[in-house]
Unconditional design. Sequence first.
Length: 125
Amino acid sequence: MTRWETEIIDAHIALENWLGQGEGDFDALLARFRADFMMIAPNGVHFDYAALAHFLDSQRGSRPGLKIVINELTTLQTWNNGAVLHYRETQTRPEQPVNVRWSTAVLNQEGDRITWRLLHETTQP
């Protein structure tokens, strides 16, 4: 597994813990994302860094029992300080419908850490 793929897995573990159990360090979670981060949610809504920070702050522990599984993780392209990855994310919660989405992420290497620049999600019907 590449460092890029490891970051995808580790970030989703942190999100699962934050959203599902209300556990984790908010500042460390946000540090994964660049100040110029952009996300396109499955419904087409654009999130910038500030919107992501607000969402995460307001949603801490809001999804009890959340489990996130990442599979079909593929590194599409790499360059000196970045990569584009594609993966399937399956979210489950007790007594809730299964939520499956395909995501494409652009990650950057900044010093010793990897940061998220872009995330585009599409719901799988």
